[in-house]
Design a protein around this ligand. Structure first.
Ligand code: BGC
Length: 445
C-alpha cells in the first residue's frame, strides 16, 4: 500500500479550490460581478440552470472548511482570490471588505497550521474588464498587473506560495474560442489575442511577485494531457502534434522564452506572424520557481478533415470501452506518468508540483456514508504513477488533490462531484466521503 512517507518528509501535500466554485456571496459585501456571474445568469449556459450565488457558502463557512482541511491531514490549502471581490470594477477603487475576507482566510489557515497557497487568477475576470474586451484587449495587462501588485502588497508578508494563473489554455479555449465557459466568446479572432495577452500576464505577474515579495515561491499552472494518436498513420500523428501544441505547449514554451510552438502547425505560425508575437518573447518569459501541472485525462486523437482549423477529433474513452470517470474522462495513470515526463524534459523547468488531480463520480449517500471506492482506487493509481516518476529522479515536490468539497463545476453546475467531502447543496451540510478518510489515513503514514 502506497503511503505519503514514500514521497519523503519534505514533500508537500495539499488540497485545491477556486473562489467562484466555492465562495458564494457572489453579489454581497461589495463584490463586483465577474464574467461567471454574468454567464451563469444567461439561460442554457449552465446545466440545469444552476447558479453560483451561494455555491458552497465558503465565504461564511471558511473556518469550518479549513478545519476540514486540517482534519483530513493536508498541510497546504490552495484557494484563489476573486479579482472582483477586491476590485469590483477590475481596477481603481479597492473594496476593503473583500481585502479583509482574504486576510481572515489566510490568518485562519496560519492559525490552524495550514500553509496558504494563492492562485491569482482562476477564471473569474471582473465583468467591467470584459466590457472593455477582457483578455482580448491589450488594456488587460495593465489591469492584471495592478491587481497582482495589490495582492502582493496586502498578502505578501503572510503568504509565500503563489500561482499566477490557473490553466491559461483552459480559460482561453473554453471561454474565448469554444464559448462554453465565460465569457462565451468564440472564434480565432477572440482566441489568439486572448492567448497573447494571457501569455504576457503570466510572465508579468511572476515578475511583479518576484519584485514585491521577499522569499516568494512563484509558480503557475497548466492543464496537461498526454496526446495519443489513434493510429500510426501520418495523418493521425500530425493531428496529435497539432493538439499537443495547443493543449500542452501553448503557454509553457513562451514562459521559457521559446515563443509559441509553431513548427508543427501553420495556423500557429500565422498567428505568430500576424500578431508579431516574436517581438514579445522577452516580455512573455519568466523563470518560475515551479510549474503546477493539472492532469485529468489523456486524449486519443484522430485526423478529421471536417473539423475546422485543427482537423483533429477526439475518440472518446467511452467509445473505446476504456475506464472513465463520471465526466467521461479516461482513467489512465500511465498517461499521467508520461505527461509528467514530457514536461520534466524541458531543461528550464526546475521543479514540478501537481497542483490539481482528481475525479468526479456519481456519489450517493447511503445511511449517512459516501462509499466512493472508485475515487480511492483512482488516487491509488495516480499517486503510484507519481511516485514512479519521482523515484526516477524527476524533481516533483508537491501534490494537491482536486478538490476539498463538491462545488460549482463551471458549465456542469453542481452535477459533477469532485470533492473529498460531499456537499449537500440544499442544506450546505458537509459529509466526509470514504475517499476523504482514505486521504486522512494515507497522510498519517
Ligand atoms: C480547473 C478546476 C476544475 C477541474 C475539474 C480544472 O481544469 O482548474 O477549476 O473544477 O479542472 O474540471
Amino acid at each position: 500500500m502506497i503511503k505519503a512517507s514514500d514521497f519523503g518528509n519534505d514533500f508537500s501535500w495539499g488540497v485545491a479550490t477556486a473562489a467562484t466554485q466555492i465562495e458564494g456571496a457572489a453579489q454581497l459585501y461589495g463584490k463586483g460581478p465577474s464574467i461567471w456571474d454574468t454567464f451563469s445568469a444567461r439561460s442554457g449556459k449552465i446545466k440545469k440552470g444552476h447558479k453560483l450565488d451561494i455555491a458552497c457558502d465558503f465565504y461564511h463557512r471558511y473556518r469550518e472548511d479549513i478545519q476540514l482541511v486540517k482534519l483530513l491531514g493536508f498541510k497546504v490549502f490552495r484557494f484563489s482570490i476573486a479579482w472582483a471581490r477586491i476590485l469590483p470594477d477590475g481596477r481603481g477603487e479597492v473594496n476593503q471588505e473583500g481585502i479583509r475576507f482574504y486576510h481572515n482566510l489566510i490568518d485562519e489557515c496560519l492559525t490552524q497550521g495550514i500553509t496558504p497557497c494563492i492562485t491569482l487568477y482562476h477564471w473569474d475576470l471582473p465583468q467591467a474588464l470584459e466590457n472593455e474586451g477582457g483578455w482580448t484587449s491589450f488594456s488587460i495587462n495593465a489591469a492584471f498587473n495592478a491587481f497582482v501588485s495589490l495582492c502582493a502588497a496586502e498578502y505578501g508578508d503572510k503568504v509565500k506560495n503563489w500561482l499566477v494563473l490557473n490553466e491559461p489554455f483552459g480559460f482561453t479555449s473554453l471561454g474565448y474560442m469554444l464559448g462554453i465557459h465565460a465569457p462565451g466568446r468564440t472564434g480565432l479572432s477572440n482566441f489568439f489575442p486572448a492567448v497573447l495577452h494571457t501569455a504576457i500576464a503570466q510572465a508579468e505577474g511572476g515578475k511583479i511577485l518576484r519584485a514585491e515579495i521577499q522569499g516568494a515561491n512563484i509558480g503557475t499552472t497548466y492543464s496537461c494531457s498526454e496526446i495519443i494518436p489513434y493510429t500510426q498513420s501520418d495523418n493521425d500523428l500530425l493531428a496529435a502534434k497539432r493538439v499537443d501544441c495547443l493543449m500542452n505547449r501553448l503557454f509553457v514554451e513562451p514562459a521559457q522564452g521559446l515563443g509559441f510552438p509553431t513548427e508543427n502547425w501553420d495556423v500557429l505560425e500565422k498567428f505568430q506572424i500576424e500578431y508579431g508575437t516574436w517581438r514579445l518573447n522577452e516580455r512573455m518569459k519568466f523563470d518560475f520557481d515551479f510549474i503546477g501541472l493539472q492532469n485529468y485525462f489523456p486524449l486519443t486523437i484522430k485526423y478529421n478533415a471536417f473539423i475546422p482549423v485543427i482537423q483533429a477529433w477526439e475518440v472518446k474513452a467511452k467509445s473505446r470501452k476504456k475506464p472513465h470517470t463520471a465526466m467521461g474522462w479516461e482513467i489512465n495513470a500511465d498517461s499521467f506518468y508520461r505527461i509528467i515526463k514530457q514536461f520534466a524534459a524541458y531543461p528550464n523547468i526546475k521543479n514540478l508540483v501537481i497542483s490539481e488531480n482528481g475525479a468526479a463520480y456519481h456519489d450517493k449517500i447511503t445511511d449517512g456514508n459516501i462509499v466512493d471506492a472508485e475515487r480511492i482506487e483512482y488516487f491509488e493509481l495516480y499517486l503510484s504513477a507519481l511516485l514512479k516518476a519521482k523515484k526516477e529522479g524527476i524533481n516533483i515536490t508537491g501534490y494537491m488533490a482536486w478538490t476539498l468539497m463538491d462545488n460549482f463545476e463551471w458549465a456542469e453546475g453542481f452535477n459533477a462531484r469532485f470533492g473529498l467531502v460531499h456537499t449537500d447543496f440544499k442544506t450546505l451540510t458537509r459529509t466526509i466521503k470514504y475517499s476523504g478518510y482514505w486521504w486522512q489515513e494515507f497522510l498519517r503514514n
